[in-house]
Design a protein around this ligand. Structure first.
Ligand code: APR
Length: 313
């Protein structure tokens, strides 16, 4: 028996619940929102697809009733304001920090052993805030950013190479921001062949640049931030934990000396299993990649400092 709760029944939260149900790895799913009736309605709508898709997960929707989340193994936090065209993820900090703090407090009252997955933006800073306020061990708070950014990276790479996205592998590390993420072209491959052998420099750099503004491109088109890929990425992350997969995925993790960084949450490859982040994997970065990582960490710290300025930590 396993249970996942998703806080926030908006675009990302509802898509995430839907993806988890379709992936059939959990027995109970709870969707919670503050807006009266929204989570109940979406949960009921999804339950009416159970026969069509042949899943047996029970999905319950509730309005702000945290007792329904009792005993969750994993809680995914999507409650927060999404960005609008022209906004950066960092600009959401004030309003989302207040929401995240109250949500985390309520979640932990009912599921003190849960592993928390943070999706609300600015995600690296919301993950850091939760580390500071909840005082949970570092393995139990994971930010979802790198899996999404990497999936966008694979999407653009597969287009450039004209091959299926499922046959390309690669990772994005660093902060989950348009200027802070680092698509690692040197580590990316198609069927084991380095993509740097298959694409010329200009094409490879375009893939990296498109990846970095992947979210902003969608925000411009949709008038709000994206949800299919963010919801699916949250589901894949939750599955790795519930199924104790021990998969290596790039996630936002608290660093305590790894990659030469301390007291920061930022995207790095980690081993994911039933204990959450079971290990931080240290890649052998070259000097250029190390420099990009340091710059990225400095930018994430700058946003984290707003938490100090606002006396939130
Ligand atoms: N408790 C529970 N739910 C809340 C709370 C709260 N305190 N505050 C807001 N919500 C809910 C809203 O009522 C809304 O239904 O969170 C939901 C957010 O949904 P959307 O506005 O559709 O936003 P979405 O696109 O899902 O993005 C959510 O994920 O990717 C990030 O940047 C994005 O921070 C944003 C978050």
């Amino acid at each position: 028996m396993s249970k996942i709760s998703v806080i926030g029944a908006g675009n990302v939260g509802a898509t995430c619940v839907n993806a988890i149900a379709h992936m059939k790895f959990v027995s109970e799913l709870v969707l919670l929102d503050i807006k009266e009736g929204v989570a109940e309605g979406k949960a009921l709508d999804m339950m009416q697809t159970a026969n069509l898709y042949q899943f047996n997960t029970r999905i319950t929707g509730v309005t702000n009733d945290y007792s329904a989340t009792e005993g969750s193994d994993v809680v995914i936090i999507t409650s927060g304001v999404p960005r609008k065209p022209g906004m950066t993820r960092e600009e959401l900090i004030g309003v989302n920090a207040g929401i995240v703090n109250s949500v985390v407090e309520n979640v932990l009252k009912h599921s003190p052993e849960a592993i928390l997955i943070m999706i609300a933006n600015p995600m690296d800073t919301m993950t850091y805030l939760t580390h500071k306020t909840s005082k949970l061990p570092k393995n139990r708070i994971i930010g979802m950013g790198g899996i999404l950014d990497s999936s966008r990276f694979m999407c653009y790479l597969s287009k450039a190479l004209n091959v299926p996205a499922s046959d390309v592998h690669g990772m994005v590390i660093g902060g989950h921001g348009d200027t802070t993420m680092i698509p690692l072209l040197r580590f990316a491959n198609y069927k084991g062949i380095p993509v740097t052998d298959l694409l010329d420099k200009e094409a490879a750099e375009k893939v990296a640049a498109d990846t970095m503004v992947g979210g902003a491109t969608l925000t411009k088109l949709l008038g709000t931030s994206a949800w299919y890929a963010p919801g699916a990425a949250g589901a894949v992350l939750a599955k790795a934990i519930i199924m104790d997969e021990k998969k290596v995925m790039p996630c936002c993790a608290y660093l305590d000396g790894e990659y030469g960084q301390k007291d920061i949450c930022i995207g790095v490859p980690v081993v994911l299993g039933k204990n959450g982040i079971e290990k931080v994997v240290e890649l052998d970065l070259n000097n250029e990649e190390k420099e990009l990582f340091e710059k990225s960490a400095a930018a994430v710290r700058k946003t984290n400092n707003v938490l100090h300025d606002m006396k939130l930590i």
